[in-house]
Design a protein around this ligand. Sequence first.
Ligand code: ADP
Ligand code: MG
Length: 390
Amino acid sequence: MNLKELAAHIAAEFQKNYGRAPRWIAAAPGRVNVIGEHTDYNDGFVLPMAIEFYTVMAADKRPDGAGIVTLRSTSQPDTATLDLAQTIKPAPPKWGNYPRGVFAGFQARGVNPGGLDVLVHSTVPLGSGLSSSAALEVCTATLIEAVTGKAIDAEEKALLAQKAEHDFAGVPCGIMDQFISALGREGHLLLLDCRTRKTELVPMSDPSVALLIINTNVKHELSGGEYAERRAQCEEAAAKLGVKSLRDVTADQLERGKAKLSEVVFRRARHVIGEIERTLHAAEGIRQSNWPTVGQFMYASHYALRDDYEVSCPELDAVVEIAEDIGYKGGVYGCRMTGGGFGGCCVALVKADAVESISKKIASDYKAKTGIEATIFSSRPAAGATIIKS
Ligand code: ADP
Ligand code: MG
């Protein structure tokens, strides 16, 4: 569904839920990180793009004039409510904490949108690493902008959304997801410096290429400590090399400091330092529409995540192997796992006119190799959050 169709869909759903038409509609996209994985907490660069899958929210003032916000979602059985007259705090149901945290952020700024009936609907798959959570937060903030008629700076909005995820959902995420959902621009990727928060739109309007997102539909349940362990190893490497973060280390410096690090910590650092460089090179390749080069950096990113950072899994590796088999001749420039790892999605850079044949081949070979059905879709770089009905 494109945005127009989604708006019509949510308006009809709102009517069914609340018995009247919505007054406001806002949307915010999910995202895929094209390259730059596990670099955000090392002060490095990431290069995400907004995808043509969105969270949309429709709202109307409450007919009774009470200062209560009712939030319903087409994907959740439980309704969330919050009282704008009280200090907003986390409360069940769980999903409601994402929008709740955003309302709290506006409350802390003295902004009161007044009582609302709200409906949420999302075409971003939930929990697949395409950041339905950031889409929900940024969409909530955009809806509040529509209701109050006051826009806030897009970066401030992204930070407010991130804070909601930290404080209300309890997820210590970086800034990438909310930044791209708020600041994405159609036909562009976003090169984001996670140290300075400086952003740069990287044009990608060549119609001959597309991004394929391949959801492995697996999520390996780990002990939960893997993310914290990787972070700690990066911090250890930086400390032993005498710098604030791995952003400050070149590949040469790492080689020279090798003796100071354990074998594992050395490999973790090698991924991060290489990935920061690859991300900058890939951005340059995209600016020049040099797709074979961009594709090579994507493969290199995957190998480092698999071998040095050890956050891949057999299913993600299977997708990348299938993509390699299809190869340049079959229209694949590059492929890599995207997101935190241990399941979730791969992203592939492909020739636009081969999207269908590549999708079919990946689906059938992945099924043959793993017994699992993949979900595959293509997207062009989409626009960031928008108010559809003001
Ligand atoms: P991801 O961001 O990768 O999709 P997360 O686990 O970070 O995965 O966020 C998913 C959670 O966000 C869901 O479990 C739910 O609580 C909330 N969420 C996202 N989209 C919606 C939605 N449309 N309706 C209700 N809750 C949603
Ligand atoms: Mg998330």
